[in-house]
Design a protein around this ligand. Structure first.
Ligand code: GLU
Length: 293
């Protein structure tokens, strides 16, 4: 059997908080339990929001917590050509199309459709209306010739024809056999795969890098559980293996009465300044994990 590979993949666009610590510590615990590797990946594709001082602060917080990540974390901001190549493969198969719509135009098109049908527009799992398809089926060259900045969207119907379902992945728990989970990528509609200002999206970069790093076990918060449905489809389209997944509760949601809700988003740095030790953080996280008061 190959050695398991776990990764913690924070975005340095703010200070790490207790929720991040929970995720990092869960990855560390499971890697230790299974004799697995533990990788840190810095998801800094958003070069305006991810700042160097926040990267340094994040590394400092993780070092303080004492989590034994392998040295030399991957930085996604160094890998734009790799993501561009992956997008190029999808584009060459006609699975992406350019879209110059602004947020305003999308909102207007959605509102017009709602008015026309008298029904609320379908929404993605994050609650955003699905892209109404304005640019789908238009001549890509004509869209590009308009000279607007474009995003590249997944042509969901074409993608599902290229990689027919049923789609699924496996969830792993502390013990027992992996549990199959059905995935429904279509609920994301024509998702943005390459953003306007950045030559990738979170979805594309995470799938490409989990594949490139041989990640076998993805442990992350429940807020990303629904995104896995789309990730599974992208893995199929890019010939990448699908890791096992585990989506843990969010500290903010699950915090018991004693662990005040606000603590979940309190920066670790503030807890440190208030005298918390790494063991205090571990104890707080354990309390959340077990639901103990
Ligand atoms: N970078 C993402 C975040 O900080 C997490 C990515 C993942 O674990 O898949 O929310």
């Amino acid at each position: 059997m190959t050695q398991p590979v776990f990764r913690f993949a924070p975005s340095p666009n703010g200070r790490l908080h207790l929720g991040h610590a929970y995720s990092a510590l869960e990855n560390a615990r499971l890697a230790a339990d299974t004799g697995g590797r533990l990788i840190l990946r810095i998801e800094d594709i958003d070069t305006t929001r991810c700042r160097e001082d926040l990267v340094a602060a994040m590394l400092d917080d993780l070092a303080w917590l004492g989590i034994p990540f392998e040295p030399a974390p991957m930085r996604q901001s160094t890998r734009f050509p790799v993501y561009a190549a992956a997008a190029g493969r999808l584009r060459a198969r006609g699975l992406l199309y350019p879209c110059g719509c602004t947020r305003r135009e999308i909102a207007d098109a959605v509102a017009a459709r709602e008015e026309e049908t008298g029904a609320p527009a379908p929404r993605d799992p994050d609650g955003a209306p699905l892209y109404p398809g304005t640019c789908r089926g238009r001549d890509p060259a004509a869209i590009l010739a308009e000279g607007r900045l474009v995003a590249w969207r997944l042509a969901m119907d074409a993608a599902l024809a290229a990689a027919p379902g049923p789609h699924a992945y496996a969830r792993f728990d502390d013990d027992g056999a992996p549990v199959p989970v059905a995935a429904d990528p279509a609920r994301w509609g024509d998702a943005v795969i390459v953003r306007k200002e950045i030559p990738t999206s979170y979805h594309l970069a995470v799938v490409v890098d989990d594949g490139a790093q041989g990640v076998t076990h993805v442990v992350r918060g429940k807020d990303l559980e629904a995104a896995t449905d789309l990730h599974v489809l992208l893995q199929r389209l890019l010939d990448l293996p699908t890791p096992l997944y585990r989506h843990h509760g969010l500290v903010r949601d699950d915090a018991g009465e004693k662990l005040a809700k606000s603590l979940g988003s309190t920066p670790l740095a503030d807890l440190r300044a208030a005298g918390w030790t790494p063991d205090d953080v571990r104890a707080a996280v354990r309390a959340v994990a077990t639901g103990a008061p």
